[in-house]
Each structure stands twice: as C-alpha cells, then as structure tokens.
Design a binder for this molecule. Structure first.
Ligand code: GDP
Ligand code: MG
Length: 330
C-alpha cells in the first residue's frame, strides 16, 4: 500500500535533514506530522515520526534542565522475544519479586525501599514464546531516574503495581502515574486515537499484588474507587504464586501480537518457534517481520489454520490470524 505523501511533506523532510539544532529538527518534524496522511498504509511512518518527536522533546527538556542528568540512552536493552514490558510502581510494591518469579533473573529483594537502582531485564516464558520484562527503580514524586523516560518509550507495554499490603497503596501508585505524566508518559489500558505526538502512551496492565496479606481483600475493596474504570486489576500474590499463570497470559496479550508459524514448501511447519507480529498484520507485513527485504518481494502465501483456511493461496494484503501457519512465496 502506498503512503502518497503530499509534496510539502518532502519539503519539510528536506528541512528536517538539513536542520542543525534539536529545535529546528522538531519544527520540521511537527510539520511532517501534520502533513502526513493518517491511514493504515502510513502507520509505520506515523510510529517513526512520533518516536522522533518524542525523543527530541525529551532531549530538549533534558538539555534545558541542566547537564547533571544521565545521558539519554544510558540503558538500552535490545528487544528480545515477542516484546518488551517494563515494571513500574512505587517502592516496595513487589516489582523485583515478580521479576524473580516470572523469569530466571535474580534482582535484590528487600523489605526496605529503593533496593532496585538500575533496570534489570529477564525473559518470561509463555507457552512457546518469551517476553522480555524489565524491572525498574521505584517512581515517587521525589524519585525518578531519567532513564525511565527512555525505557518507557522503547517498551511495548507496562505492568503497573498496586501494593495490597499497604494502606497507602492507591495513593502511591497514583503518585507513580503522576510522576510519569510529568515526563509525558501516559499509562493507559488501551491506546487512544490521539493526535498529539508530544505525549507518549503506553499500554498498561494493573497488577494488584501481595494478595496473601491478611488485609489484602479489605484494601482491594477500599481501592475499588481508585481503580474504578482506570485499569481492570490482575490480582496476584508473587509470594504464593496465586494468579501468576493468568498474569503471564495477560502480559503476553498486552503486546497485541500474533504468533505465526512458518513452513517451507513440501515440508512440515516449524511449530517450535513462532514469529510474532502486530495483530492485524497482512501477509506482506508479516513477511517484513521475518526479513526486511521480504516485505517488498513477497507475492502470495499459503495459509493453514484460521477458520476457512486450509492451505489456500492468499495475496499480500490478506490479514493473518493468531497461530496461522504461513508459507511465503516470493
Ligand atoms: N506478602 C507478600 N510480600 C511480598 C510479595 N511480593 C513482594 N513481597 C515483599 O515486599 C517487599 C518488597 O519487595 P520487592 O520485590 O523488593 O519490591 P520492589 O521495591 O517493588 O522491587 C519484600 O519484603 C518482599 O518479600 C507478595 O506477593 N506477598
Ligand atoms: Mg525492586
């Protein structure tokens, strides 16, 4: 599908490429954003523009607030598995404990706050895929590591914590949300159709943890007003393991990706290691997930799996479904 960019878009792009300062780049990028037709074919360009605008905003903000802050990109984790999910919340909420239960990582866990100072990655198994979790330092009105701004941009989704062993749990989690909002990071259950490229939305699930605490049920009841329609909570105990199986699935689901198995002509499908690509991907977009060059060169595919498909040949624009088996033809 062609994006059909208007001529002024190319002029703005040329100005962006020539711009020397972050401010000039930002002006040109905003112009490109306004001129870009917003439809399915331009989705990838929209994402790239949003990221660049958000990065430049952050850079300008960090430069204007003094040189002492950590350089952006101090911690960057190359994405592994089906996607990257950050663990966010107030101190002592049980973030590191959950990481240690869902992955092989072994972060320090302690009954006092601020034990986690640096991001700690771990890989979570879910059925035949893996999801990268990143444990982060706590976020309070007074404690915020600048690298969290970068890591929340590169992540595909977030887990937000509510501590059911703490009477002030909802207030502490709200403070985390407020601090992130000040850094232009909005945690939301579903991404909105918002045209403002300066705000970065991150799909988020709420985990109410420490269910094993003796007053957890009462606190959950009292937190209902705060939870309201914000986020439907996943109630767990990392300590006893309650709810962790369901949580693995919810974390995978939050990535909004499909599992697709590939197959060579005349051979059985490779059912051991699926590829993942965004829900709604077409054959050609999936081909691009397998290899960049394939997105342009793929001509058709045979598809097995979803309802009416049992080896039928489909075109480049055919939309794939979860667990389809696909044989790409170039
Ligand atoms: N009872 C109970 N305690 C927990 C649970 N998860 C974590 N904790 C305790 O809460 C404290 C803080 O945990 P930690 O994972 O370090 O929190 P973080 O600061 O959010 O990373 C530790 O004493 C943990 O043992 C849980 O599910 N139940
Ligand atoms: Mg921790």
């Amino acid at each position: 599908m062609a994006v059909n960019l208007p001529p002024h878009y190319h002029d703005a792009d040329a100005r962006y490429k020539k711009a020397k300062t972050a401010e000039d780049k930002l002006v040109a990028l905003r112009e490109m954003w306004v001129l870009l037709p917003k439809h399915k074919a331009s989705e990838k360009v929209q994402v790239v523009l949003k990221c660049k605008i958000s990065e430049l905003n952050d850079q300008i903000e960090q430069e204007s607030s003094g040189p002492k802050k950590a350089a952006p990109g101090t911690f960057k984790f190359s994405k592994q598995g089906a996607g990257q999910v950050v663990l966010l919340g107030p101190p002592n909420a049980g973030k590191s404990t959950l990481l240690s239960k869902l992955t092989k990582a072994s972060p320090t866990i302690a009954p006092y706050p601020f034990t986690t100072r640096e991001p700690i990655p771990g890989m979570m198994d879910f059925e035949d895929v893996r999801v990268q979790l990143i444990d982060l330092p706590p976020i309070t009105p007074d404690a915020y590591e600048p690298f969290v701004t970068d890591l929340t941009r590169s992540a595909d989704a977030a887990v937000l914590f509510l501590d059911l062993a703490d009477d002030d749990g909802p207030a502490a989690t709200q403070a985390t949300l407020d601090r992130l909002k000040a850094a232009k990071r909005m945690l939301v259950p579903e991404l909105p159709d918002d045209d403002d490229p300066t705000v970065y939305y991150l799909r988020t699930i709420l985990v109410a943890t420490k269910r094993d605490d003796e007053a957890a049920d009462i606190r959950l009841e009292m937190a209902q007003d705060w939870i309201g329609s914000r986020f439907p909570p996943h109630i767990i105990s990392a300590e006893s393991g309650t709810g962790l199986l369901e949580l693995r699935k919810a974390i995978f689901d939050s990535l909004k990706v499909l599992r697709i198995y590939t197959k060579q002509p005349g051979k059985p499908a490779d059912m051991a290691a699926p590829f993942t690509c965004p829900i709604g991907s077409t054959v050609s977009e999936f081909a691009g997930c397998v290899h960049n060059d394939l997105e342009e060169t793929v001509k058709s595919a045979r598809v097995w799996g979803s309802a009416a498909f049992d080896g039928q040949t489909v075109g480049r624009d055919h939309i794939l479904q979860e667990k389809d088996i696909v044989e790409l033809h170039v």
